[in-house]
Write a protein that binds this ligand. Structure first.
Ligand code: IMP
Ligand code: MG
Length: 182
């Protein structure tokens, strides 16, 4: 798997120290609160588990599985919920933890949904932000790294479900896509 990467974009050490910084900002903002921290599966698993261990307030955990089918088609795209929350969000301070904001389709829809369900507040923490790709009007409240418009894998992010377990963020070699006939 390491051999499939052309280069490492963000190292394990860079991720570790930045995640800690972001957790400290969250600790300041949520002092005295009891947020519902929502991880978006599967991409956010590593970021989620690393960030929550630095949070100092009592938190409830929950997860959603969503698919952004149709996210390419701006007009007809709709978020599909494959696994919904176990918790009621009404009156809760919700912190969404996501791997990457690309077009913004997923998070803008999710934020609208949780607003409709009566969340007291909704904030977004993302590991990566591809801001040049934004189509939908959404910005994270906490962002670890801005990246260029390049496809990345590792630390939760996949290419065809592989590479999620790489401990760093990397760029795949062109040959990996060519072997898949793309
Ligand atoms: P959005 O709805 O367009 O913002 O897309 C967000 C989703 O697209 C993420 O949760 C990822 O699953 C996927 N995605 C976007 N860019 C990348 C990438 O570079 N590598 C892996 N997955 C990506
Ligand atoms: Mg994905």
């Amino acid at each position: 798997m390491d051999n499939d990467c052309e280069r490492i974009l963000i190292t394990e050490e860079q991720i570790r120290s930045r995640v800690k910084e972001i957790a400290e900002a969250i600790n300041r903002d949520y002092q005295g609160k009891n947020p519902l921290v929502v991880g978006i599966l599967k991409g956010a698993i590593l970021f989620f588990s690393d960030i929550i261990r630095h949070l100092s307030m009592p938190i409830d955990l929950d997860f959603m599985v969503v698919s952004s089918y149709g996210s390419g088609t701006v007009s007809s795209g709709k978020l599909k919920i494959k696994k919904d929350l176990d918790n009621d969000v009404e009156g809760r301070d919700v912190l969404i933890v996501e791997d990457i904001i690309d077009s913004g389709f997923t998070l803008s829809n999710l934020k609208a949904l949780l607003t409709e369900r009566g969340a007291a507040s909704i904030k977004i923490a993302t590991l990566l932000n591809k801001s040049s790709r934004r189509v939908y009007d959404i910005a994270p409240d906490y962002n670890c790294f801005y990246i260029e418009d390049e496809f990345v894998v590792g630390y939760g992010l996949d290419y065809r479900e592989y590479y999620r377990n790489l401990p760093y963020i990397g760029i795949l070699k062109a040959s990996v896509y060519e072997e898949d006939g793309e």
